[in-house]
Design a protein around this ligand. Structure first.
Ligand SMILES: [Zn+2]
Ligand SMILES: [Zn+2]
Length: 378
């Protein structure tokens, strides 16, 4: 379908624009809105189509004259003309694409087609928490399609490229059909717009231009990466075949749980058991740090179970930054088990003292005072 936009407006040129002006305006806009430069942007895609349609009309003297006289009505109604298809070679859309996008598409034959790309592939990589802290290079095995080496990705056994040009359109990918007093352009029905018709398919890839291959890539994982992060490697996806750019590789990173450390964003939590007497008397404990070092932490006398001690700057690395979060030591007071006779005697003696010493177990005292109030109130 033709868009109803005025092609002069779409290309931003005057009614008197020369063929050269048109070509310049078209190239600039086509480059700007090309789908490869605007992946997933539907507005850009629509604009790209409009630009192509506008140029299709204005670059052709007959069509331009028809549009000038009748507007879009000139192109409405009527099926394919009786004149049949005729190939057109020099100056066709295909040639302009070749000039414009030849480099971008790896020098391949564009024919009349648009620049497409090979499929994206996904891969999974699992790393440890310490690797996530330091960053690492992880090997990622991917099943992918690469350009066939036998035919250089052309899909053709014949080295003579000219032999594979589509006989109907001569490689342009588009044909003109006579319709009344002007010609209408459409995708070539023989090659579907590709401009090529492989006569003698490659014996290795059977004409596809790509072959399946397993590759191992070393993927750089940045320090501070989080579980579930997706890393995109542009152009490492499937080869697209003849004259088509490769897709992208998406690596999904999962981070294994650690035996000692739990991570929450840039902070790290570490539960450290502390002996009952140690928690009561106070002292110093040595704790591990995610960077592989150790550090000493003072436990104040009377530390309760569940108390958190903060160690500034000993936490996790922050992505794309030299900063680090904090580490929290969560004290877990351990009640002794399997007591020796001597331990039992000492504890019994201690408990006798503690029972009659107000202020040594303030939580218990407070709690039982409330329990008394509860029963008295009934
Ligand atoms: Zn063709
Ligand atoms: Zn091949």
């Amino acid at each position: 379908m033709m868009s109803k936009e005025d092609p002069y407006v779409v290309l931003g040129v005057s009614r008197e624009a020369s063929a050269d002006d048109l070509k310049k305006a078209y190239r600039k806009l086509a480059m700007q809105y090309h789908p490869d430069r605007n992946p997933g942007d539907h507005a850009a895609e629509t604009r790209f189509k409009q630009v192509n349609e506008a140029y299709d009309i204005l670059k052709d003297e007959q069509k331009r004259a028809a549009f000038d006289r009748f507007g879009h009505a000139a192109f409405e109604g009527g099926g394919p003309g009786a004149g049949g298809f005729s190939g057109f070679g020099g100056g066709g859309l295909g040639d302009i694409f070749e000039q414009m996008f030849g480099d971008m598409m790896g020098g391949g034959r564009g024919g009349g087609g648009r620049a497409r790309s090979g499929g994206d592939i996904r891969a999974q990589v699992e790393i440890s928490l310490t690797e996530a802290f330091t960053g690492t290079k992880a090997p990622v095995r991917v099943q992918t399609r690469i350009a066939c080496e036998h035919c250089d990705g052309t899909g053709s056994e014949t080295k003579d490229r000219a032999a594979d040009l589509c006989p109907t359109c001569g490689g342009a990918g588009k044909v003109r059909a006579q319709q009344g007093f002007f010609l209408v352009e459409r995708a070539c029905p023989t090659c579907g717009g590709a401009g090529r018709k492989i006569r003698n398919p490659c014996t290795v890839c059977r004409g596809a231009g790509t072959v399946a291959r397993e590759r191992t890539l070393q993927v750089a994982i940045p320090a501070g990466v989080e579980d579930g992060t997706r890393i995109r490697l542009a152009g490492e996806g499937e080869a697209g075949g003849a004259g088509v750019s490769a897709g992208d590789l998406y690596v999904h990173v999962s981070v294994r749980e650690h035996d000692i450390f739990q991570r929450d964003g840039a902070n790290i939590f570490c539960r450290v058991p502390v002996r009952m007497a140690q928690a009561a008397l106070g002292g110093e404990i040595e704790v591990p740090v995610i960077d592989g070092s150790r550090t000493k932490v003072k436990i104040p006398a009377g530390t309760q179970s569940g108390h958190q001690l903060r160690l500034r700057g000993k936490g996790f690395s922050v992505l794309r930054s030299a900063a680090r979060g904090d580490m929290y030591i969560q004290v877990a007071v351990e009640t002794p088990r399997a007591l020796s006779k001597r331990q039992r005697e000492l504890l019994e003696e201690f408990d006798t003292e503690a029972k009659d010493a107000p202020g040594s177990h303030t939580d218990s005292e407070g709690f039982f005072a409330k329990v008394r109030d509860f029963f008295d109130g009934r």
